[in-house]
Write a protein that binds this ligand. Structure first.
Ligand code: AP5
Ligand code: MG
Ligand code: ZN
Length: 218
């Protein structure tokens, strides 16, 4: 196998970013989050960032054409030559088909679906704090920083994402059920999907994700 490609599926707030950071480190794969790439573009003031933020702020998906080009550009970089971990991509069946075509079948593909019920999602999203500098993720109750409002890793001031409101999360959840849930069916019919209960403690969720990867390699 030339490449290992890990895909983390799951609703907004399911814990993709939290687990992706740990999995990427343990598997030595670059962590690629399309949401983080758009936010980086916005911080840098690019046209792509400005266009994407119009959709993101409303909780709607960014059009496939903008996402796919950006993602393919990223995975063609040198650090992705032996594989990568995708967090938040693919999010539509069209994105999954485009990726499938690009990969070509010679890779080890592991798809993990993190499942968390809606009522927990809202609580997680509304209480999330993100580090704008290093990307670390916290929660006011579930994973509070040692010093309130300050990142444990880099000491930057923590912020709330513009789309992390109780109102916008409802649109994000609708987009998830309408457009992203079918992506799990797409993979169920091809390589299979490893379902992980995302309601457990982060350490337990991580262990279950690790098992998905180990089983796929066996
Ligand atoms: P994106 O940034 O990907 O956001 P998302 O999918 O909505 O997911 P989140 O980042 O909100 O949640 P997460 O699953 O990473 O959870 P986290 O680990 O942070 O996308 C944002 C937007 O960009 C989209 O709405 C769309 O507009 C656009 N976009 C991006 N990719 C796109 C694509 N491919 N196509 C089209 N548009 C795209 O955890 C959440 C909180 O819960 C944290 O506070 C964390 O501390 C806490 N937590 C995590 N795990 C646990 C646990 N086990 N127990 C208790 N609390 C936990
Ligand atoms: Mg995330
Ligand atoms: Zn930080």
């Amino acid at each position: 196998m030339s490449q290992t490609v890990l895909i983390l599926l799951g609703a907004p707030g399911a814990g993709k970013g939290t687990q992706a950071t740990r999995l990427a480190e343990s598997r030595r794969l670059p962590h690629i989050s399309t949401g983080d790439l758009f936010r980086l573009n916005l911080t840098q003031g690019t046209e792509l960032g400005k266009q994407a933020s119009k959709f993101m702020d409303q909780g709607r998906l960014v059009p496939d054409s903008l996402v796919i080009d950006m993602l393919f550009d990223r995975v063609s970089q040198d650090d992705c030559s032996s594989g990568y971990l995708l967090d938040g991509f693919p999010r539509t069946v069209a994105q999954a088909e485009a990726l499938q075509e690009r990969l070509g079948g010679g890779e080890a593909l592991v798809v993990i679906d993190l499942q968390v019920p809606d009522h927990l999602i809202v609580e997680r999203i509304v209480g999330r704090l993100s580090c704008p500098e290093c990307g670390a993720i916290f929660h006011t109750s579930f994973n509070p920083p040692v010093k309130p409002g300050t990142c444990d890793s880099c000491q930057a001031a923590l912020t709330q994402r513009a789309d992390d409101t109780a109102e916008v999360v409802q649109t994000r959840l609708s987009a998830y059920y309408e457009q992203t849930a079918p992506v799990a069916d797409f993979y169920r019919q091809s390589c299979g999907v490893c379902v992980v209960d995302g309601t457990n403690l982060p350490d337990e969720v991580f262990k279950a994700c690790q098992e998905c990867v180990t089983e796929a390699a066996a």
